[in-house]
Design a protein around this ligand. Structure first.
Ligand SMILES: NC(=O)c1ccc[n+]([C@@H]2O[C@H](COP(=O)([O-])OP(=O)(O)OC[C@H]3O[C@@H](n4cnc5c(N)ncnc54)[C@H](O)[C@@H]3O)[C@@H](O)[C@H]2O)c1
Length: 335
């Protein structure tokens, strides 16, 4: 039985608690928040969970094996460091930390102590991403050309992080998991239309080896909510529309074939290929439930996690580089 303490029970924390309560191999022991009303709310739902306003009580508790940290991003490092130093595994919300230096320090402490760092890259556990990963790894899409993701809506404006740090961790973690490659460099641009110093629209381009390109569009000032990803390969292309209630993933047997004459590049012919489209069956299980199962398995078997601290650190490195690029209006930054 893996015993859990959750720090931060605002919007997202209760979702983790619900899944830890539902899992037969985890026991929800304690939770903490600075706001008494949030603790009262959790106690009204789960009277057996101990509550506290001081996260030190969870970190030091002998009844807790893993501390889940669901607080604002700037607090992740400090709470995770305390928990790791006290010998607890940690599950940290995305993005893992505010800087890559903080992330690296947490990974060093975890390695020294033989502890796991997980980062809640929830989307990795959705049926849609699982299916797309299968399509890529089986070679069904062919050689990959690009990954193009749009995550835009009206609000919720954050006060501590910009739109890229708020929304792009999802797309970056999906991109890194699906493409299974480390990027070479990023270019990003963005704008702050409120004068708050926090960008509300940002465009991120990520360069990978072998001419593979990714683009991520994030925006809090869009009149419509779009959650769409295109992935193109030499054989097939995928469109994932997460707003669709069903048939979220469509696989198109479409593409191009280039026919070059031996001597003249001007005689290059492009043939368009249009074949069938199919919608694979997608597992509709709750992603967080699958994530909790995965965490339990990794801790009990020592398996490497697909939401490891290293994966979390890569997301932070890309965000950090993107932030630097935004400051210089799109300078290329190596990863
Ligand atoms: N994985 C996902 O899909 C997903 C979705 C939403 C949010 N998140 C992440 O979850 C984290 C929290 O986001 P949220 O939307 O729940 O924020 P929130 O503001 O609704 O909740 C955060 C809670 O943490 C509490 N808190 C702050 N500092 C604390 C401390 N030192 N000790 C104890 N409690 C403290 C606050 O009082 C608040 O109740 C962020 O990192 C965010 O990016 C992840």
């Amino acid at each position: 039985m893996l015993r859990i303490g959750v720090v931060g029970v605002g919007y997202w924390g209760p979702n983790l608690i619900r899944n830890f309560v539902a899992n037969a191999q985890t026991e929800m022991k304690m939770c903490c928040d600075l706001r008494r009303e949030r603790l009262d709310y959790i106690q009204s739902l789960y009277p057996t969970i101990k509550v506290t306003e001081n996260c030190q009580e969870i970190v030091q508790s002998t009844e807790v094996d893993l501390v889940a940290i669901c607080t604002p991003v700037f607090t992740h490092y400090e709470i995770a460091k305390k928990a790791l130093e006290a010998g607890k595994h940690v599950l940290i919300e995305k993005p893992m930390t505010s800087t890559s230096a903080e992330g690296e320090e947490l990974l060093n402490i975890a390695t020294q102590k033989g502890l796991h760092v997980f980062v809640d890259h929830t989307f990795i556990f959705t049926g849609a991403v699982g299916k797309i990963k299968d399509l890529v790894t089986s070679g069904e899409l062919g050689d990959l050309y690009y990954f193009d993701s749009t995550r835009v809506n009206l609000g919720l404006f954050q006060h501590d992080v910009n739109v890229l740090w708020d929304l792009a961790p999802h797309d970056i973690s999906i991109m890194h998991y699906v493409l299974n490659e480390d990027p070479e460099a990023v270019v990003a641009t963005g704008a702050d239309h409120l004068g708050s110093g926090i960008e509300n629209v940002a465009y991120l381009t990520v360069y990978f080896p072998n001419n593979l390109l990714a683009h991520i569009n994030t925006n809090w000032l869009s009149p419509v909510k779009i959650r769409q990803t295109l992935i193109a390969g030499s054989k097939k292309m995928v469109v994932w529309d997460d707003n669709q209630p069903s048939e979220k993933v469509r696989v198109y047997d479409k593409g191009i074939e280039v026919i070059k004459s031996a001597d003249e590049v001007y005689n290059m012919l492009i043939q368009y290929r249009t074949g069938d489209m199919f919608c694979p069956k997608i597992d509709s299980k709750e992603a967080l439930g699958a994530e909790v199962n995965h965490i339990v398995k990794c801790i009990s078997n020592g398996h490497t996690s697909v939401i490891s601290g290293e994966a979390g650190l890569m997301v932070v490195k890309i965000l950090e580089a993107a932030q630097e690029s935004i400051k210089s209006r799109g300078k290329e930054i190596k990863i």
